[in-house]
Design a protein around this ligand. Sequence first.
Ligand SMILES: NC(=O)C1=CN([C@@H]2O[C@H](COP(=O)(O)OP(=O)(O)OC[C@H]3O[C@@H](n4cnc5c(N)ncnc54)[C@H](O)[C@@H]3O)[C@@H](O)[C@H]2O)C=CC1
Ligand SMILES: O=C(O)C(=O)Cc1ccc(O)cc1
Length: 365
Amino acid sequence: MTRKVLVIGLGLIGGSIALALQKAPETKILGYDMDAKTREHAKTLNIVHEIVTDPKDVAADVDVIIFGTPVNATLDWMEQLKSWSLKNKVIVTDTGSTKKLIMQKAGELRAQGITFIGGHPMAGSHKSGVLAAKAHLFENAYYMLTPLAGEEIINMAQLESLLKFTHAKVVSVSAREHDHMTAVVSHFPHVIAASLVHQLGEENGEYPMTRSLAAGGFRDVTRIASSNPILWRDITLQNRDELIAQLEGWQSEMDRVKELLLNGNSDDIQNYFAVAKDLRDELPISAGAMFTSFDLYVDVPDYPGVISEVTGLLADEAISITNLRIVESREDVFGILVISLQSESDRERAASCIQKRANFETYIS
Ligand SMILES: NC(=O)C1=CN([C@@H]2O[C@H](COP(=O)(O)OP(=O)(O)OC[C@H]3O[C@@H](n4cnc5c(N)ncnc54)[C@H](O)[C@@H]3O)[C@@H](O)[C@H]2O)C=CC1
Ligand SMILES: O=C(O)C(=O)Cc1ccc(O)cc1
C-alpha cells in the first residue's frame, strides 16, 4: 500500500524533507505552499510528486502531514486541522525551530484524537526558499522530536521509520528542553548577529568606510543575520522568555568584559580569550549541511548551447565560477541553472551581467 505524505510549506526545510522522503519506498509526496511561484518551482524541480491546490482537499487521504512553514503559520495550520477530516491514524509533525507553543497546540489536537509529534531538524542555513532545498541537507544532523507525554511507541516508530530517509540522528527531548537549548545555540546567536550588523549600520554617518572593511571575522559571525526575517520574527516571538533570559546572561557577561577592560590586567584578558578558545575548540564537530557558497539561480530557456552561452558571458567579465549544476530541464519549461560563485560581489556582478546581456531572469534564493 502506498503511503502518502503531505508537506505544507515547500521552502528550504519543507523542500529538503520532501526531496529526502522521496527515497522512502512506496511513498508518494504531495506538497502545498501558499506562494504560487514556489509551487511552480517545486513542480518543475520535482521537489514533490504532486502539487495540491488546497491541503484540506487531500487531507483525508494522507498518512503523514509535515509542516515546513514559519512557526506562527504552523500554529494557524494546526488550528485549521481541527476541522479537517483526517485518517484515524494520521501522524502530524512539523520542522519548526520552536516547540513550546506548538506542543501546547498539539495537546489540543490530541484532545480531538489527532497525533502530533513535534520535530526540528538541526540543519539549515541563512538561505531560504525552495530553490535552496537539497535532499542531503539533514544528513548526520540532529533531528529533535518532542512527543507529548505518553505518546504511543507505535506512532514514534512510524515517524522515525520515515525520517530515517533524511539520514539524520533522531533524538527525543521535551519541548521545554528543546526551547532552552535552541535559544542558547541558535536563537540568541541570531539576535546577536543582527545586533552586530545594526551596530555597523550606525557607523555609516561618521565612518562610512567601516562597512567596506567588514572582512572574514565580521562576516563569519554575522552570516546568519542574512536569514529570512519572517522566520526569525516568529521564532523570537515564540521563544521570548528564553531569549530574555539569554539576553540577561549576555548583559552580565558584557559587564564582566567591561570590568576586564577597566582593570586592564593583561593576564586576565588573555585568560578570557584562552578559556573561550578551549571551549570553542572542543565543540563536537556537528554535522548538518550549512551552505555558505554564493549561489545564483538562473532561469534558462531549453535550447542547445545555452549553458556555454551563460558561462561565456561570465568568462568575458572575468567572473570565476566554483560550481555549476542544472536542475531539471523539461520540454517547454525553463531549466534552472545554479551557478556557485566565490563572493557576494561576484554574485551581484554575475546577476547583472546575465540579466543585461542574456535577458535571463536570476534569483539569489
Ligand atoms: N532555515 C533554517 O535553517 C531552518 C528552519 N527551520 C524551521 O523550518 C521551517 C521552515 O523554514 P525554512 O524552510 O527555512 O523557511 P523558508 O522561508 O525557506 O520556507 C517557508 C515556506 O513556507 C511558505 N509559507 C509561509 N507561510 C505559509 C502558510 N501560511 N501556508 C503555506 N505555506 C507558507 C513560504 O512560502 C515558504 O515557501 C520554520 O518553521 C523554521 O523555523 C528548521 C531548521 C532549520
Ligand atoms: O545557518 C545556520 O547556521 C543556522 O543556524 C541554520 C538554522 C536555522 C534555524 C534552525 O532552527 C536550525 C538551524
